[in-house]
Design a protein around this ligand. Structure first.
Ligand SMILES: Nc1nc2c(ncn2[C@@H]2O[C@H](COP(=O)(O)OP(=O)(O)OP(=O)(O)O)[C@@H](O)[C@H]2O)c(=O)[nH]1
Ligand SMILES: [Mg+2]
Length: 724
């Protein structure tokens, strides 16, 4: 029973974007559809398929962005996705009617390996020669029409990052939709003929594999196609495939024969229709040589990291003061205009104090992301991974685990998705476990708040290094060590296996495009603010209600009596001081009797050994779904408990918080313990969910949650008890 709407979606023709990794497929996808898939200057950024709509002259088609592949012989999960989409093996997506092959024109010969394979699939191919803006600088000249003729495809030069020539590409794609592709003579005629015969018999036995897949199964020994063949073919045909392969390869391998024949054809075409000047080594090449030296590279890496943390504190302050001032001004004017009562408290203590205390961290988050985006787009990421390969090897992993871990500094969710490029399941699981230890951008506000409140603002080396930045750096290191040691533990026990090899193509260094950087930052700011306006807003209001109600009448009556008593006994300044103290005591009494207060006091004993009072306990527990919520909750709890709501920022409220006996709650050992707790604990529902999806189990995420929460508790306990 398909409704007209779903029928329309099914009928829409599919256009697939495919090419080598890092050739700009996602950049092109974004430019053509207006969507915002992640792009960066290293291979393996896209690991899933994404769909959008391609429109031209009133026509439309479904455009699919795919993970990069070097050839149609798939080995890792992300490559399998790409090949399956091309062959039409995905349930809710028709087989592509047109293939848009994206190639980097500065690396033509290697890119054409895949392109010539694609041309043999039988669908029309449009070759988008991307990065054409760099061609001139690199001394490259291509005769596009002739190249297209030679390859049997339509060639359109484009510059996806600059949006150049996209209309021509659109026109070529829609023209190809209705065209019949030219015939391509088989590259290895004998193999092709043998595969055709084998397929005819396989088909008769009821298998749905295509002749092309049988040919690939024959050529790519040990690849995905052979595995598939093994699933569907009767044993006699499996033996026959192996016999045919041995006979046709004549002592070598069919894959090598294919490569030789293919490259001969490619060289022939490229030699005739493309030219490249000899060029002097560019600045980027020289930079590459320097940064790839182990010692200089490592020092540079540390320097880059240290700069980020300095910047997070020193550059953000003016902006943060501005937001802080605006929030304070807003609460003051509300307090002055509205009568005291539940509504005023909701707005001032719930919304402004709760959401405001999170929003204030926007500048710091943006500075962090500006650095991350710069590192990703410049091409530094895979180099860092390459350098860390040795370190990772010592724990049984390799540099391939490092990029997912670095991505987790933004957020563990894309970090865990990025592990799809890891072929071996054991290594992938160990990396998935390590990823949530990396300090994500949601931990940053928590660290920044506690550091700003309890670490003195001291600078050394003439203002070059500040203590707060140093402590933040230490916390990031703590996360890295926690993650790496966890991976080591796993690789030595349940996930033991050989250390993987690591191969990654180093992209050229590029100066990131300012417009792209700005757009990505804007997208980040939007994500952060939308989160503050929805999830955090809801939690803040909910927690405010729990902290505000019920309000027993007895408390009001008791304090009214006391107020009357002091008014008769005291006068002048003494009276004012006494009244203020009474007001504070009254707020505290209400808070303690509130629903939140009572619940907090029930759970508090569990966390008392860590030096936490019930308010901290309540805030930490409320932040299990999303860790940055702790700030909103602390903001609300301390605002409800503090009648001077107008000018006390959360930082000074935390400094003044005391236990019932008058001792300060936030002592240094307690704060260090709390920081360690946040460094280790898995307080993120989204991460747990993505772990479940990617491991296709509940055991792994549950184990990770118990392990990380336990580690956080013990870490905080040890800090408080040993340092206290
Ligand atoms: N100079 C220049 N850079 C480009 C162009 N198109 C893309 N880039 C850059 O190339 C890098 C790779 O772009 P992506 O779109 O992530 O590449 P991809 O092919 O999707 O990569 P994977 O998903 O890893 O396979 C990014 O840093 C882009 O900014 C272009 O036309 N000119
Ligand atoms: Mg991509």
């Amino acid at each position: 029973m398909a409704s007209p709407a779903t029928a329309a979606v099914h009928d829409e023709r599919v256009v697939a974007l495919i090419g080598n990794p890092n050739t700009g497929k996602s950049t092109l996808f974004n430019a053509l559809t207006g969507l915002k898939q992640k792009t960066a200057n290293y291979p393996g950024v896209t690991v899933e398929r994404h769909t959008g709509t391609l429109e031209h002259d009133g026509q439309s088609a479904q455009l699919v962005d795919l993970p990069g592949v070097y050839s149609l012989a798939a080995h890792s999960p992300d490559e399998m996705i790409a090949v399956d989409v091309l062959l039409g093996h995905v349930e809710d997506l028709r087989r592509p009617s047109v293939i848009v092959a994206v190639a980097d024109c500065t690396n033509l010969r290697r890119n054409l390996f895949l392109v010539t394979q694609l041309a043999e699939l039988g669908q029309p191919v449009v070759l988008a020669l991307n990065m054409s803006d760099l061609a001139e600088r690199e001394g490259i000249r291509i005769d596009h029409a002739a190249l297209g003729q030679g390859l049997g495809v339509t060639v359109v030069p484009v510059a996806a990052a600059k949006g150049e020539n996209l209309d021509k590409l659109r026109a070529a794609v829609f023209e190809a939709l209705d065209a019949t592709p030219p015939e391509h003579p088989p590259l290895l005629p004998e193999v092709h003929a043998a595969a055709g015969e084998l397929w005819a018999r396989l088909h008769a036995s009821g298998s749905h594999l295509t002749a092309y897949e049988v040919e690939r199964a024959m050529i790519d020994a040990g690849g995905l196609a052979e595995t598939r063949f093994g699933y569907t073919a009767p044993p006699a045909l499996i033996t026959e495939l192996e016999d045919l392969r041995t006979r046709l390869a004549a002592g070598g391998s069919l894959a090598a024969m294919e490569a030789k024949a293919r490259y001969a054809r490619i060289h022939d075409v490229v030699d005739r229709f493309a030219e490249r000047d000899e060029r002097a080594p560019r600045f980027a090449d020289r930079l590459d040589r320097i940064t790839n030296q182990p010692l200089i590279g490592s020092l540079l890496f540390l320097l880059v990291m240290a700069t980020v943390f300095q910047a997070v504190f020193s550059w953000a302050t003016p902006m943060m003061d501005l937001i802080d001032g605006a929030a304070a001004g807003l609460s003051q004017s509300l307090l002055a205009r509205l009568p005291p009562g539940a509504l005023t408290s909701l707005l001032v203590d719930g919304v402004i104090a709760g959401v405001g205390s999170v929003v204030i961290f926007l500048p710091q988050i943006l500075i962090l992301f500006a650095f991350i985006i710069f590192l990703e787009d410049s091409g530094y990421m895979p180099r860092a991974a390459f350098m860390m390969d040795r370190v990772m090897r010592s724990v049984g992993l390799s540099g391939q685990s490092f990029i997912p871990m670095l991505s987790s500094f933004a957020c563990a969710v894309p970090g865990i998705l990025a592990t799809r490029v890891i072929p071996e399941e054991r290594d992938r699981l160990a990396t998935i476990f390590a990823a949530p230890f990396m300090t994500c951008s949601a931990r940053l506000p928590v660290y920044a708040l506690l550091i700003a409140a309890f670490v003195p603002r001291e600078t050394y080396l003439g203002g070059l290094v500040n203590l707060q930045g140093l402590v933040l750096f230490g916390l990031y290191m703590l996360g890295i060590f926690g993650g790496i040691l966890t991976a080591l533990l796993l690789k030595r026990t349940v996930l033991s296996g050989p250390t993987p090899t690591f191969l990654i193509e180093l992209p050229p260094y590029r100066l990131p495009n300012l417009r792209t950087l700005g757009m990505k930052l804007l997208a980040r700011a939007k994500i952060f603010l939308v989160r503050a306006g929805t999830v955090i807003f809801t939690v803040a209001v909910f927690i405010w209600a729990l902290a505000y109600f019920p309000r027993p009448e007895a408390i009001g009556l008791e304090f009214a009596e006391q107020r009357a008593a002091v008014t008769t006994q005291l006068a002048g300044d003494e009276l004012d001081a006494a009244l203020i103290e009474l007001e504070e005591l009254e707020s505290a009494a209400y808070l303690e009797q509130s629903a939140l207060g009572r619940m907090g006091q029930v759970v508090a004993p569990v966390f008392r050994p860590l030096g936490w009072d019930w308010k901290v306990t309540a805030a930490v527990i409320a932040s299990f779904p999303a860790r940055e919520v702790v700030i909103a909750v602390l903001g609300t709890i301390y605002a409800v408990g503090d009648p001077e709501a107008n000018e006390n920022a959360l930082v000074s409220r935390l400094r003044g918080a005391t236990h019932a006996n008058g001792e300060p709650v936030f002592t240094l050992p307690m704060v260090i313990g709390l920081l360690v707790f946040y460094a280790f604990c898995l307080q993120c529902l989204a991460t747990v969910a993505v772990m479940a999806r990617e491991t296709r189990s509940w055991q792994w995420p549950v184990a990770a949650w118990l392990y990380m929460t336990g580690l956080g508790y013990v870490g905080a306990l040890v800090c408080f008890q040993l340092l206290g």
